[in-house]
Ligand binder design. Structure first.
Ligand code: SAM
Length: 317
């Protein structure tokens, strides 16, 4: 279905939980953030109904996200049912990877084709610091498990943070020389309460190229990343610049939060509640959300700490 600006909305990001086993500093507060009651959250059946309604409105690509989707007890059942919804042709998940050693194979068997794994640093101590509790080895084991499971595509996502991992751009990019993965650098976005970083933490994605003089431009693959590759690499390097060079004109996304709100834009406070609705009511709300998709996300600045009402774990990224 098209929005008022002629953008065809074909991509749903479904957040199955706002909980996580890590506490990444730019994503959620240390105490886990505001706890919602169980009965306020979407049930598995409501999630599947929402995916099916979205598909009836033209959504073709589904990404399961969170919080950390793999901490959800019924994640395999959700994936299996959501992946089987008629009309959904691209099925992806975003995870911090730490639980993949047990779940990569079952996720693949449930129908997940593509997987994005978050990894901001290759340094153990820095990994502990940014995640407030994680162990690098677990994330790396998760990447190995994803490679073994044979997903169609694996992408590693690193949030670029000045003074934290901008000295690791080359090392992270060189993962594409060692394994068949894309490595994508994402600009740090100002969210609600997360991030005890100063203004220096925001750096434009373009700075990545200064550290990779051998990288050559590649054809776009239909996604929001600008693509480059190192010589003889097995995967691409992607630059995602939502702050310095927004891609709102090409945005084809809707987001559904774990507490049952449709968000037509990641950086707007507009929400359409579908929790507790029947199929027809859900379709009506989803139509409204698509029609009222904002033209662009407005000025965003990490230094000025512009922010929305939700942290990223309560949206899904
Ligand atoms: N737990 C999963 C994970 O770690 O990938 C999925 C959810 S997480 C909210 C999805 C993505 O959002 C991750 O790649 C994360 O790095 C990114 N993210 C979270 N907060 C962000 C922020 N403030 N700016 C940029 N990216 C952010």
């Amino acid at each position: 279905m098209e929005d008022l600006y002629g953008r065809n909305v074909t991509y749903l990001r479904l957040s199955v939980t706002d909980r996580c086993n890590l506490r990444c500093r730019y994503c959620m507060p240390e105490d886990g953030g505001c706890k919602r009651e169980h009965e306020d959250m979407l049930t598995e059946d409501e999630m599947i109904m929402a995916v099916s309604v979205a598909a009836s409105l033209g959504v073709r690509k589904l990404r399961i996200t969170g919080g950390e989707p793999l901490v959800k007890k019924n994640i395999l059942s959700i994936c299996e049912r959501a992946c089987a919804v008629p009309g959904i042709t691209e099925r992806a998940i975003t995870t911090n990877g730490t639980l993949l050693p047990a779940l990569a194979g079952p996720l693949k068997a449930a129908g997940i084709g593509r997987i994005n794994i978050s990894l901001d640093t290759l340094n153990e101590e820095k990994y502990r610091r940014i995640t407030r509790r994680g162990e690098l080895k677990e994330a790396l084991n998760g990447i190995d498990a994803a490679l073994d499971a044979g997903f169609e595509k694996i992408k590693i996502n690193a949030v670029l943070i000045g003074g934290f991992n901008d000295d690791e751009v080359k090392d992270l990019a060189e993962l594409t020389l060692k394994m068949p993965v894309d490595v994508r650098f994402i600009e740090l976005m100002p969210m609600y309460d997360s991030g005890d970083f100063g203004p220096e933490a925001f750096i434009k994605c373009d700075t990545v190229l200064e550290k990779l003089p051998d990288a050559v431009p590649k054809e776009p693959d239909g996604g929001v990343a600008r693509l480059f590759a190192l010589p003889n690499a097995l995967g691409n390097i992607g630059l995602i610049s939502p702050v310095s060079a927004h891609f709102c004109g090409a945005c084809n996304r809707l987001r559904l939060t774990a507490d049952g709100r449709i968000l037509p834009c990641l950086h707007s406070d507009d929400e359409y509640r579908i929790k507790g609705m029947n199929e027809d009511e859900m379709r009506e709300e989803m139509r409204k959300a698509i029609l009222h998709k904002p033209k662009w996300h407005g000025e965003m600045s990490y230094a000025a700490r512009t922010h929305t009402r939700r942290d990223m774990n309560q949206i899904g990224g």
